[in-house]
Write a protein that binds this ligand. Structure first.
Ligand SMILES: [Zn+2]
Length: 243
């Protein structure tokens, strides 16, 4: 610049909503964290098979989830969701979990989504792990496509959140799924009741394949769970953190 001139002053010294910060505070942000399934779902078939409104069509209230070598998906979801909640709270977020233990049944998938509306949440993150062929591996992030139950705006922002979660998981060293999503680590769906009923942006993270030995080793280890929780937290901070 010419001598004697000052750099242009910023037009505002306030927040810069256009500049995402991976270190942003999450103070004031309400996040619903949904640990998929529940430990005693299998003992309550009548309750979990009851049809509920999944967003313009019906679906069973809940399912038992998968397992790997005797380690139930519901327990992985519960353990990792608690780590995720702690990491989000450490950045100032208010976290609402959709269940309070891993030894009950439900809640139903419609209620899990509706929790986000009821609590005035900005977003919902649902934690799951998949049960695919043993040779298949990797994570994928499910986001709701626009449709009768999901507005275009919520779908767009869900895709953006899913992209950031995918990028952070990949940056942490996790591999995108080999068996669906075309290697992108992302899948758009219209049949996920929890996302359809949320009314706010959301993602369902299938953190790995519990039937794959390498994935399972990560999923059941404390370090692996923490890595996943931290990556998702970094993504939320990148999208929703103070600028
Ligand atoms: Zn699941």
């Amino acid at each position: 610049m010419p001598a004697g001139t000052e750099p242009a002053a910023p037009t505002s010294t306030g927040p810069r909503p256009d500049v995402p910060s991976p270190n942003g505070s999450l103070a004031g942000l309400v996040v619903v964290v949904d640990p998929g399934h529940n430990g005693a779902n299998g003992a309550h078939p009548a309750e979990i098979n009851r049809p509920v409104d999944a967003g313009g069509f019906t679906k069973a209230c809940n399912t038992t989830g998968t397992e790997g070598d005797g380690y139930p998906e519901s327990r992985f979801n519960w353990e990792t969701s608690q780590r995720l909640a702690a990491a989000l709270e450490a950045r100032g977020a208010k976290v609402v979990l959709t269940r309070t233990s891993d030894d009950g049944w439900g809640p139903c998938v419609d209620q899990r989504g509706l929790t986000a509306q009821r609590e005035g949440a900005a977003l919902i993150v649902s934690i799951h792990a998949d049960g695919a062929a043993a040779s298949a591996s990797g994570f994928h992030v499910i986001h709701a496509a626009a449709g009768p139950a999901v507005t275009a705006d919520v779908a767009t922002r869900s895709t953006e959140l899913a992209t950031t979660v995918r990028d952070q998981l990949a940056a942490a060293g996790l591999q995108p799924a080999t068996y669906l999503g075309g290697g992108t680590g992302m899948v758009a769906r219209t049949d996920i009741a929890t996302l359809n009923r949320a009314g706010v942006p959301g993602v369902m993270v299938e953190c790995g394949n519990m039937r794959n030995a390498q994935d399972l080793a990560r999923l059941r280890s404390e370090a692996g769970q923490q890595q996943i929780a931290d990556a998702i937290t970094a993504a939320v901070a990148q999208r929703y953190g103070a600028r």
